[in-house]
Design a protein around this ligand. Structure first.
Ligand code: ATP
Length: 312
């Protein structure tokens, strides 16, 4: 039996802009994604069973409400690799996921799990796929997965040495098009932060649809945000921390607005934002001490509150 342990890290959006809607209903976005240290642990095992003449997959997780069949993104990632590279192989892939990242939060937790499975099977099956190959394959599974593939190559301790020097291995990226066109950014954000997730889930599709008919008066300037990241200018970064999906989610779900307002009361109000389509809200902190203190306060409102930091 062969096995590998990998971490799959969450992401936050430092900005999220919607530029338009395509004829097929997909939204054109421009957003900056930043990896954070909060992660799930995956144990991926491959056991050869020559008698079976096929590849089977199973998933287990510590979150009872998550599906473990083909609805699970980690399962789908394994099935995709088996479909593409499983001919002539026979055995069982088992994936055990210890989740810490809140589910359906706007933190790409499920996407990260899928990305880890792609990386893991690349190693267990000696596929020799480059990071570019893995990114291409991952785009068949979902729009946040390519970023997670890139991020894990830069942050996971087992994967890091394999992809050292590859410019696609990065902690921060600009995503354009429908979200899968990624430009790695050499300079990400170095910051401690607090995440707080109200006990509701927000459908990403509904949030995007929700803003279709809205007039949005504040947009981020992502070129300026990138300049801010390059120069380490917190002022330019804060100025462009804008997520246009807040227009929908904050109005539809008062608990998300309340979470944001509470965090703004407790730390600098212009560096608090919702991630993705929500409902997770994050606030940047000056140091680890402030993040622990803020997290303590946010726990009184939302049980799923965490202090963490960006990766670098
Ligand atoms: P994104 O930011 O990419 O929109 P998210 O953080 O909002 O993602 P996820 O936690 O990835 O959301 O989960 C979204 C949906 O995917 C949920 O309905 C969940 O049941 C399903 N899902 C499938 N597989 C997984 C997984 N391995 N971990 C978490 N959720 C999963």
């Amino acid at each position: 039996m062969k096995k590998i342990n990998l971490n799959s890290f969450a992401k936050i959006n430092l900005s999220l802009d919607v530029l338009g809607v395509l004829d097929n209903g997909f939204h054109q976005v421009s957003m900056i994604m930043q990896q954070i240290l909060l992660c799930d642990d995956l144990l991926i095992r491959w056991r050869e069973e020559p008698k079976n003449d096929c590849v089977t997959v199973s998933v287990s997780t510590n979150r009872y409400f998550l599906p473990t069949d083909e609805r699970n993104l980690a399962y789908r990632a394994a099935a995709l690799i088996a479909e593409k590279y499983g001919h002539g192989r026979s055995g069982h892939i088992s994936i055990d996921i210890k989740k810490r990242i809140p589910v359906s939060a706007g933190l790409a937790g499920g996407s990260g799990n899928a990305a880890a499975v792609l990386h893991g099977l690349n190693i267990l099956w000696d596929l020799g796929l480059s990071l570019n190959d893995l990114i291409r394959i991952s785009s068949e599974l979902g729009s946040d997965i390519p970023f997670c593939v890139m991020g894990q190559a830069a942050a996971d301790k087992t994967l890091k040495p394999r992809f050292a020097g590859d410019p696609l291995a990065c902690h921060c990226a600009l995503a354009t098009g429908t979200g899968t066109n990624l430009t790695p950014l050499k300079h990400g954000l170095h910051s401690h932060l607090v995440l707080s997730k109200p006990p509701i889930s927000v459908s990403t599709a509904t949030a995007y649809k929700g803003i279709d008919s809205m007039t949005i008066d504040r947009h981020p300037d992502n070129d300026e945000m990138i300049k801010g990241l390059e120069n380490g200018s917190l002022e330019l970064i804060r100025k462009n921390m804008v997520n246009v999906l807040e227009n929908f989610t904050l109005r539809r779900y008062p608990i998300v607005a309340q979470t944001k307002a509470r965090m703004q009361e407790l730390c600098d109000s212009d560096c608090v934002m919702m991630s993705g389509s929500g409902p997770a809200v994050f606030g940047l902190c000056r140091n680890i001490r402030q993040s622990k203190q803020l997290c303590g306060e946010m726990l009184a409102l939302n049980k799923e509150s965490f202090w963490t930091r960006t990766t670098w």
